[in-house]
Write a protein that binds this ligand. Structure first.
Ligand code: CU
Length: 148
């Protein structure tokens, strides 16, 4: 009788922990799925924006912004009906994050603080395409010769 109860308890504990483990794995998978998309690191300085990449795939794009300058900066994105920005400013040495949903095309990134964009804190990103368009032009090579 006692032995049976103990076995039953042990079995229940085992089942519960298995269920919890399953839930934990499911949560991890869900989290991994949520972060899928393009991540672009943006470093801000006076007065420039440096992007880890200037191309993206349509979908969710996360801009991870680091202020490597001496002044407060921020980040805004505009284009194709999108107009979003990091609320407020990012202090020097600080970080910010901007998650946007982008379709295909070109978007402009700027620092919306004062006239920073005019001073150079402006760049653009565009859809990455695997195909490169060839013009089919025949190059009539000018023979310069004498290379060797
Ligand atoms: Cu700025």
């Amino acid at each position: 009788m006692h032995r049976l109860t103990r076995t039953r308890i042990a079995l229940t504990v085992l089942l519960v922990s298995a269920a919890m483990l399953g839930a934990a794995v499911a949560a991890l998978v869900a989290r991994a799925g949520a972060t899928a998309g393009t991540n672009i690191t943006v470093t801000e300085r006076e007065y420039q924006l440096t992007l880890s990449r200037k191309t993206y795939k349509p979908g969710t794009v996360t801009f991870v912004v680091h202020n490597g300058g001496k002044l407060a900066h921020s980040l805004a994105i505009r284009g194709r009906g999108v107009s979003q920005r990091i609320p407020g400013t990012i202090r020097p040495g600080g970080h910010g994050k901007l998650v946007v949903h982008l379709s295909g095309g070109t978007y402009t990134l700027i620092c919306p603080i004062d006239s920073h964009a005019k001073l150079g804190m402006k760049t653009s990103i565009h859809t990455s395409t695997a195909m490169t368009t060839t013009t089919g032009r025949t190059t009539t090579g000018t023979t310069t010769g004498g290379w060797g």
